[in-house]
Design a protein around this ligand. Structure first.
Ligand code: ADP
Ligand code: MG
Length: 691
């Protein structure tokens, strides 16, 4: 594959800078699509613009500089600009580097909005520097001009020039879709699609180009997921877990509550799956506190009743310990004693437990993923439950499924994934197309409601007074510190300062604990434990409390800098209160600087329905944030955005299904390139499409 270094004017230094944008090869460059288009053709006289109107002007820069604003985090670049008809102050937010790249005296095309003032201010949306003239200037100003994701080191105009240099390769992009498929979906050729995106002229409509690229990507994804389902269906059988229900009955009789109808329903779905000799691959989603653990515990009992072992995998050792305690309580009436397998268990003891699992004398294990790292870790493993599953992508799930077997590797274990991050259906289809999905909606009855308030600065004191009231009544509060970009150390410092401030001032009459990511594990555990035991009244923490901690007596959570958190994270944090019988209150402190941040905070105050919030999150920020980090590999989509491309997703699913029905291995010559694309996309699953 041709490297970008082969292009004229691209040396090893620029290649390194391009790598920062994920561009290493010519193909990457071609795949680097514009985020939008601008039209600069018709520049208007600055002196005759209406305020509030979006327009393009062609101006000269007379002066340029950086100016701090009242909000500390926001810095503004200001330039005095003029054309023969008038003058204005052009402003950009948070792009300080512009003072280095825009020289006084240079000519600019600006697109933006005029705002009243003396002189008026021109809020810049995008700009082009015309200063250097040059032969390629038309590329940057004529017709629909593509705007690319760019960096200071690689500005959009540089990308435009490079893409222009690979025009021939763009037009000849490989056509992976068979003709019949392109006909059925009325799609242009791959080369035409890329040309339409990068060089939209005349009949080359970027919208049609994008649709083609989006559909191709989704089709490849859906073909891969379909092939994966087939691979599983043809793979090892699972043990039928058709136990007599005796253990389950003991657990249920001892519960201090009735299962909800939702728990019963998903419980039955799981029971039915477990009775089959096809390995279950099911995702159980439900909000924090919706009662997934009981459901999982009953499933584990079903495995043991059937003479099989069960394992519960969690992301951290702290969570493992907490789940062990919960399981101990739930399973007490059965006499089953789950074993904990984490790095903290002394070596000799761990070895003893490992033997017990290997020989089958222990029937239930709780631990991190490392539990499955040895091929014969379990004697007769029948079920693996994985908590907080949204951290894995399709490939990691497949790896796990490969490892989850009995010692003879003859039978595949059933798998139940659990997540408290609700996933909208569109997203589930793509991110979890290899799984069945069960959903627990709502929370058990009798759980206290949580009121959410967005508190502005002037009301801070009143908010503290309300919290002191809760504390005096013997209840507890969390204070979550803002996210800090510059790392764990800075975050820890901020949390420490906040704890000191609260001890000295608003909460001086109470004990204030502290937990953050830079602490030694023991100190952190100690801080959490004292809070759980009610020794500390207030726990100041960074987001380390996001998963896992369960303190029913805590009724208040304050989230500082709430505008910097995503919806899913705020919702998770809020789930820390309202776990007992007392109503909870969540106070969001934040002075948002963007419309999206305002919408996020407002949404949190308006609903506690995690599914509605997840849909909104998908619309606002795309799938990355809904699934956690972008690096999670859960969808890894380059062109498609699920919030926007729902129709294309449905079409892709349909066409993928019918393609695999006719040609399950994509073995026909006309499908050869499609097959190659699927295998490349799912390269971690080497046997895909072979079986
Ligand atoms: P999740 O894992 O879904 O976040 P848990 O399983 O930890 O939720 O349940 C949260 C709390 O609700 C636990 O204390 C549990 O005992 C309790 N609980 C579970 N099911 C019910 C129910 N049907 N009625 C009342 N309380 C329940
Ligand atoms: Mg849980």
């Amino acid at each position: 594959m041709a490297s970008v270094e082969d292009l004229p004017g691209v040396g090893s230094a620029s290649a390194k800078r391009l790598a920062g944008l994920g561009i290493a090869t010519v193909d990457d460059l071609i795949a680097h699509l514009p985020v939008r288009y601008l039209r600069y053709d018709d520049a208007r006289p600055l002196g005759r613009l209406q305020t509030g109107e979006e327009a393009t002007v062609r101006v000269t820069v007379n002066r340029i500089g950086v100016r701090p604003t009242r909000q500390r985090r926001l810095r503004m670049v200001e330039a005095a600009v003029s054309d023969p008809t008038g003058a204005a102050i052009a402003i950009w937010f948070n792009q300080e580097y512009l003072v280095r790249s825009i020289a006084v005296g240079s000519e600019l095309l600006l697109r933006g909005t005029l705002e009243p003032g003396r002189p008026p201010r021109f809020k810049v949306k995008t700009h082009e520097i015309l200063g250097d003239g040059g032969p390629s200037i038309g590329l940057h100003t004529q017709g629909l001009v593509p705007v690319y994701p760019a960096t200071e080191a690689v500005p959009a105009r540089r990308i435009r020039e490079m893409v222009d240099a690979v025009r021939p390769a763009t037009a000849e992009a490989i056509e992976a879709l068979p003709t019949w498929m392109r006909r059925r979906l009325s799609l242009p050729h791959a080369g035409d699609a890329f040309m339409a995106m990068h060089f939209p002229r005349g009949p080359r409509d970027p919208r049609l180009g994008r649709r083609r690229l989006v559909l191709e990507e989704l089709i490849v994804m859906q073909l891969g997921l379909g092939a994966l389902r087939r691979l599983e269906a043809l793979g090892r059988p699972a043990p039928r877990l058709d136990g007599d229900g005796a253990l389950r009955l003991m657990v249920r009789r001892a519960l201090p509550f009735e299962l909800t109808a939702e728990q019963e329903r998903v419980g039955e779905e799981i029971t039915r799956d477990l009775r089959r000799d096809r390995p279950m691959r099911r995702l159980l989603q439900g909000e924090v506190g919706s009662g997934k653990t009981v459901v999982a515990a009953l499933a584990m009992c079903q495995a043991v009743e059937s003479g099989r072992q069960a394992a519960l995998l969690v992301p951290t050792e702290t969570l493992a310990e907490q789940h062990l305690r919960t399981l101990d309580t739930l399973l007490a009436p059965t006499g089953l004693t789950p074993v904990l397998m984490t790095g903290k268990v002394p070596k000799a003891e761990r070895e003893r437990r490992r033997m017990a699992l290997r020989t089958g004398t222990a029937s239930i294990a709780v631990g991190t993923q490392a539990l499955l790292s040895e091929a014969d870790a379990f004697h007769t493993l029948g079920l693996v439950v994985v908590d907080e599953q949204h951290r894995f992508g399709v490939e990691q799930r497949q790896l796990l499924a490969d490892r989850a077997t009995d010692a003879g590797a003859e039978l595949a274990a059933h798998l139940l994934y659990m997540t408290a991050t609700p996933i909208p259906r569109t997203l589930a289809i793509t991110a979890y197309g290899d799984l069945q999905v069960s959903t627990i909606r709502g929370r058990p009855p009798g759980r206290a409601p949580v009121e959410t308030l967005w508190v502005r600065e002037p009301d801070r004191e009143a908010a503290y007074e309300r919290i002191r009231g809760e504390l005096r009544a013997g209840r507890q509060a969390y204070v979550i510190c803002p996210l800090v970009d510059v790392g764990v150390a800075a975050e820890a410092r901020a949390a420490t300062e906040e704890a000191d401030r609260l001890r000295a001032g608003p909460f001086s009459a109470f004990t204030v604990g502290l937990a953050h990511g830079a602490q030694k594990a023991d100190d952190k555990r100690e801080a959490m434990a004292s809070f759980a035991a009610g020794v500390t009244d207030v726990l100041v923490a960074t987001t380390v409390v996001e998963v896992g901690i369960d303190v029913p007596n805590a009724t208040v959570i304050i989230i500082e800098g709430a505008d910097r958190f995503g919806i899913a994270q705020l919702h998770q944090l809020r789930g820390r209160v309202g776990r007992g019988t007392q109503p909870g209150v969540c106070m969001l402190f934040g002075e948002p600087t963007s419309d999206d941040a305002i919408r996020r905070l407002e949404a949190l105050t308006q609903t506690t329905d995690g599914f509605r919030l997840a849909e909104l999150d998908l619309d606002l920020r795309g799938e990355g944030s809904v699934l956690g980090t972008r690096q999670s590999g859960a969808t890894d989509l380059r062109y498609a955005r699920l919030a926007r491309d729902r129709r294309e997703l449905a079409q892709a699913r349909q066409i993928a299904r019918r393609t695999l029905r006719d040609d399950p291995r994509l073995a026909k010559p006309e499908h050869a390139l499609l097959r190659a694309a699927v295998r490349e996309r799912f390269h971690d699953i080497p046997r895909l499409l072979d079986a």
